[in-house]
Ligand binder design. Structure first.
Ligand code: F3S
Length: 299
């Protein structure tokens, strides 16, 4: 019999899962729900929500009769102010980990600190964080970028606090920490990287080590999904599929497989992962339903 194991960290992280549930809950209570930008980059979820009348909109287009959901990335204070002015009802689905960064940014910049943030300047999360700073704030994307920034601006007479985008690369952060110490030894440093992504990658690698075949479920254009596949490719044969239909369509050879692992990118809903798992069981027609990977590892 073949064993199938779905990674516990497959799919949505805590913050995105929470935000998606908040939108669906609101739908049960009221009409005219909009989200500030797509709640998640998954076409299935977006079209399901659109079929239920939930659209993504821009803060400048919000009207008084709408209920506006703020997504997990969070937004700056200016957005809250605009929404309050319009008088629309606001449901805040900002991930609590991001909200914590907002709090630090607001407090520290209120105390006169310059805020430096490791991340992607154009990302909505970074724009949201900067929108909670009352003073100077700067973004750097890499160690080189940080060095250039401290050389260009003279922070020597200023108090500095350093933060990170939740999805910032951990290895890059570690390297940057040496530079923080060298150039700004007095700076207050907050490692605000969220571990959801690295935990998903770590578990996928563990599964891939034990499996004959790995299936990664996710958008064919999603970078975090491709990253998962690349990690698993190092240990076993790995396929990337968008959904159950994609699994049926791909020319995967399951003969002889004894252990198949499944993980999924950050934008893949649980029901799609479930469908892939069920389709896989049907294709194999010989699955050990009792199998538990953790118990197996302990043996
Ligand atoms: Fe997700 Fe929140 Fe972390 S949105 S990646 S759990 S910061």
């Amino acid at each position: 019999k073949c064993k199938i194991c779905v990674a516990k960290t497959a799919g949505f992280c805590f913050g995105v899962d929470r935000a998606v549930k908040i939108v669906y809950n609101e739908l049960d209570n009221r009409n005219n729900v909009v989200t500030l930008g797509p709640i998640i980059h998954n076409p299935n979820v977006v079209s399901d929500l659109e079929a239920k009348g939930v659209y993504s909109t821009d803060v400048d287009k919000v009207t008084k009769d709408q209920t506006v959901v703020i997504r997990s990335h969070g937004v700056g204070l200016d957005v809250y102010e605009k929404l309050a002015k319009v008088g629309a009802e606001v449901i805040d689905a900002t991930c609590p980990f991001v909200a914590r960064i907002h709090k630090i940014a607001a407090e520290k910049s209120g105390e006169g600190y310059v805020i430096l943030i490791a991340g992607d300047e154009a990302h909505p999360e970074i724009m949201g964080i900067r929108g909670h700073c009352s003073g100077e704030s700067y973004v750097f994307s890499s160690c080189d970028d940080f060095e250039n920034l401290v050389k260009e601006k003279d922070f020597s007479s200023k108090k500095v606090a350093i933060l990170a985008q939740t999805t910032y690369n951990k290895n890059m952060w570690r390297k940057c920490e040496e530079l923080f110490e060298r150039y700004l030894p007095e700076a207050v440093v907050y490692n605000t990287i969220c571990s959801a992504t690295s935990e998903r990658q770590k578990e996928a690698a563990e599964l891939a080590k034990a499996a004959d075949i790995m299936i990664i479920v996710g958008g064919l254009h999603s970078s975090n999904t491709h990253k998962l596949k690349a990690i698993c490719d190092e240990y076993c044969k790995c396929w990337l599929v968008e959904d159950a239909e994609g699994l049926r369509a791909c020319d995967i050879d399951l003969s002889g497989a004894k252990f198949i692992g499944i993980s999924a990118g950050a934008s893949t809903p649980a029901y799609i992962i479930k469908e892939v798992q069920q389709t896989m069981s049907e294709m194999l027609n010989n699955v050990d339903e009792e199998f538990n990977f953790e118990e197996e590892l302990e043996k």
